[in-house]
Design a protein around this ligand. Structure first.
Ligand code: NAD
Length: 481
């Protein structure tokens, strides 16, 4: 039996034209039916968020903190069914889905406590008798546009700080994964989030997402997704009232393995980075650079580990690699790999397709500079990486930085000096040493540089920089001014 997901507008679950979404591991199996909203409903949702905002803000940090903590608790309680839904809808391994739900719960707990921390700044004014302070105020209504690859964690890491700091929200999730995000919102309603404070509108990006971004009731927009759509969102924000916006976008993340690297660490970092979550992470490793004297050994060891990974149904504990999320994503992946081969890349692992129902691909390792160049320009959102020899640390850093993206970068080395040099000269927003490029922790800032990002960091204490506006407040009581 399939479930039905509806849109949430002003506390009411609203039906609409129905669509189905399918299990990427069993493409004939319908996971759920969901109602799509139209642009007018997106604007109604924004208007409802506007009406609810003042009361939510003035309900106070004690009350907002209690609601957010209850969301965290319910997410913990509901972890198993939500993880299974996420696995069947998005295709990630059950262990990865459980970790995603746990992270979402922790994010709500974190912001439940974070808003109780000291806030604001006091200054001595240049004018005698005047008191000067900087207060943090919410924007009002925030539009949130999210991708399909973390349909629980990303909406959570946007909604938790948005609500904590007194904003209300209109959320437009990705079309491929509406069920998991809708379940998250149902849990928030069950935890006591008042009517209008969170609104949810499903539907096509340009139409429904565009209506959210364009609504005069939306004051700021936080977007996570591809670079091209991010740029459209930015243009729309600038042309519709100069709204504040924050964009987190794609990556082409490098792993540099130096001659003094521990082999097992290098292989672990490469395999986790390139093939974890089927490569469908913005922080996935897509380019591996190895110092020339160790290249053959490291390339062979990574290829050997890659071919041993077992693709299979993501709910089966024996599976090590889930499917790609959809037929079109699978097609695009195939086209990119075929294109790389046609341009001269040598396949060290991953030729052909697994004999499985569903959108499965083999973990793929491509040798050759042309493949690295291709993956530096465009994001191949699937289990593939290019591997290339480099001369030394300087050459490795130069090649790692040879991309317009700048999200995450890692180095494997036993030299603290080389690690520091890499960290200092990398153009990425996240740098790791002897660890995979796939890194995010809810209490630390997350975000990229270059085409990967625009605006303040997400998560941790830095989220406050986006979800609040600093207001400079002068006051004179008595003889000041
Ligand atoms: P996408 O850009 O296609 O879509 C993202 C969201 O934008 C979806 O909800 C979509 O419906 C909506 N959208 C599409 N057109 C729109 C428009 N004109 N106006 C408003 N909204 C619109 O991305 P995707 O395929 O869902 O997700 C994969 C991408 O997300 C990859 O590029 C990946 O790197 C990126 N991503 C980045 C991060 C990060 O934090 N840096 C995290 C996860 C995913």
């Amino acid at each position: 039996m399939t479930s039905l997901q509806r849109n949430l507008i002003d506390g009411r679950w609203v039906d609409g034209p129905r669509r189905e979404n399918w299990n990427p591991a069993r493409p004939t199996e319908v996971v759920s039916e969901f109602a799509i909203a139209d642009p007018e409903q997106a604007r109604e949702a924004a208007a409802a968020a506007r009406r609810a905002q003042a009361a939510w803000e003035s309900s106070g940090v004690g009350s907002r903190s209690a609601v957010l903590a209850r969301v965290g608790q319910l997410l913990h309680d509901e972890r198993e069914p939500l993880a299974h839904l996420l696995t069947s809808e998005e295709g990630k391994l059950l262990g990865e889905a459980r970790a995603e739900v746990t992270r979402a719960a922790q994010t709500f707990y974190y912001y439940a406590h974070q808003i109780l921390a000291p806030s604001g700044e006091l200054y001595d004014s240049q004018r005698p008798g005047v008191r000067a302070e900087v207060r943090r105020r919410p924007h009002g209504v925030v539009g949130l546009i999210t991708p399909w690859n973390f349909p629980v964690a990303i909406p959570a890491w946007k909604m938790a700080p948005a609500l904590a700091y007194g904003n209300t929200v209109v959320l437009k999730p990705a079309e491929l994964t509406p069920a998991s995000t809708t379940r998250l919102v149902e849990i928030m309603v069950a935890a006591g989030v008042p009517a209008g404070v969170v609104n949810l509108v499903n539907g096509p990006g340009a139409e429904v997402g565009g209506a959210v971004v364009g609504s005069t009731d939306v004051d700021a927009v936080s977007f996570t997704g591809s670079v091209d759509v991010g740029r459209e969102v930015a243009q729309a924000c600038l042309s519709r009232g100069n709204k504040r916006f924050q964009l987190e976008m794609g990556g082409s993340n490098p792993l540099l393995v130096l001659a003094d690297a521990d082999l097992a660490t290098a292989v672990r970092c490469a395999v986790d980075g390139a093939y974890g979550s089927t490569g469908q992470r913005c922080t996935a490793t897509s380019r591996i650079f190895v110092e020339r004297t160790r290249y053959d050994q490291v390339a062979e060891a990574i290829a050997t580990a890659a071919v041993q990974l077992r693709p299979g149904h993501p709910a089966d504990p024996a599976s090590e690699l889930g499917p790609l999320v959809s037929a079109s994503q699978h097609r695009e992946f195939r086209v990119a790999i075929d294109g790389a081969q046609a341009a001269g890349a040598v396949v060290l692992a991953g030729a052909g397709e697994p004999d499985l129902e569903g959108h499965f691909a083999w973990p793929t390792l491509l040798a050759g500079a042309s493949a690295a160049d291709q993956l530096a320009r465009e994001e191949v959102f699937g289990p593939a990486a290019a591997i290339v020899p480099v001369d030394d640390l300087d050459d490795g850093i130069a090649q790692a930085n040879a991309t317009h993206f700048g999200l995450s970068a890692s180095v494997v080395t036993s030299s603290a000096h080389a690690a520091e040099e890499f960290a200092r000269r990398s153009n990425a927003g996240i740098v790791s040493v002897n660890l995979s490029t796939a890194a995010t922790e809810f209490h630390l800032p997350f975000g990229g540089r270059g085409s990967s990002n625009h605006g303040p960091r997400e998560q941790g204490t830095h989220a406050k920089d986006f979800y609040t506006v600093p207001v400079t407040h002068y006051s004179a009581w008595g003889h000041g001014g």
